[in-house]
Write a protein that binds this ligand. Structure first.
Ligand code: F6P
Length: 327
């Protein structure tokens, strides 16, 4: 058992709904175990600057239901360098921080892996990103909320698309992955889903849309992940408009953007965040380090942090098939 007295907790990278619920769980579980907790503000940027704040049970009251992150987040270039990480490690030592809970996505966990390797800091990671693209967990904190936000928008777009017999290209977040797009596509009844994991062929897209819009449906929704290889919804709309066959199809683009990152977390995200935050503290107390806590088949599972960002989590190709079958 490690001799832990004081742990640090931080959020980093793109914020995700449920991060506050996770911070709350980390702080309350740690305090219940007799540990002191230091909040590190602005992720790795705050670690490099020594922007630390003491936390207790009270400091995490009333945040469970809120979006964003009370500890704030940042993307930090300095931490990508060995010098930046050395400065961060020095600040941690000076503050008496024995171990860390890192809440974030692949960039966050990659940074934590390097910090741990170079400066022997025990770190347990928690998957927090709307993208749901981390190996080692079935779901990441924020995914369910983002998905429901996007879906609500798609339902509304469907109304107006139908009223005008229009084709809508709806762009959702996912720079490198199509988890949100795919789930939105199924849930929103999209006619087509375009994701970075699959090559997108403009001619095949045109053919599919033309055949759908000339036969059963006169309005269509195509969900496009922002990282699709054709360059996103505006680029695809441009390619369609350049084709005379699309002259008769009234096409619109809607980019949902950062609205997907905000808002009150769903019940599912709150439960996930609470479980994972508590499990992270438990893992540190049991002497684990260099691992991420995840949920696999409803159970808590620890995965070496390096695997989390170096291995790719596969999308469910059956779901992609299903979109085509059901549209
Ligand atoms: O990592 C989550 C994410 O929301 C991606 O889906 C998106 O591409 C990116 O963050 C946007 O980042 P930023 O807010 O820095 O522009």
């Amino acid at each position: 058992m490690p001799d832990l007295q004081r742990i640090g907790v931080f959020t980093s990278g793109g914020d995700a709904p449920g991060m506050n619920a996770c911070i709350r769980a980390v702080v309350r579980r740690a305090v219940a175990e007799g540990l002191e907790v230091i909040g590190i503000r602005r992720g790795y940027a705050g670690m490099c600057d020594g922007d630390f704040v003491e936390m207790d049970r009270q400091s995490v009251s009333n945040i469970l239901q809120t979006g964003g992150t009370i500890l704030k987040s940042a993307r930090c270039d300095a931490f990508r360098t060995p010098e930046g990480r050395a400065r961060a490690a020095e600040n941690l030592r000076a503050a008496g921080i024995d171990a860390l809970v890192a809440i974030g996505g692949d960039g966050t966990l990659q940074g934590a892996t390097h910090l741990a390797a170079e400066h022997d800091v025990p770190v347990v990671g928690v998957p927090g990103t709307i993208d749901n693209d981390l190996f080692g967990t079935d779901e990441t904190i924020g995914f369910d909320t983002a998905l429901n936000t996007a879906l609500e928008s798609i339902d509304k777009i469907r109304d107006t698309a139908d009223a005008h017999d229009r084709l809508f290209l709806v762009e959702v977040m996912g720079r490198d992955t199509g988890f949100i797009a795919l789930a939105c596509g199924i849930g929103g009844g999209a006619e087509l889903v375009l994701i970075p994991e699959m090559l997108s062929d403009v001619d095949a897209i045109k053919e599919r849309i033309l055949s759908l819009m000339s036969s059963q449906s006169r309005s269509s929704i195509v969900v496009v992940a922002e990282g699709d290889e054709l360059g996103g919804a505006h680029m695809i709309a441009g390619a369609l408009r350049d084709d005379p066959a699309f002259d008769r199809i009234d096409t619109r683009v809607s980019v949902l953007g950062h609205i997907q990152r905000g808002g009150s977390p769903t019940a599912r995200d709150r439960v996930l965040a609470s479980r994972l935050g508590s499990a992270a503290v438990e893992a540190l107390l049991e002497g684990h380090a260099g691992v991420m806590v995840g949920i696999v088949n409803s159970d808590i599972k620890l995965t070496p942090m390096r695997n989390v960002w170096s291995r790719k989590k596969d999308i469910d190709y059956d779901l992609l098939q299903l979109t085509a079958l059901l549209s």
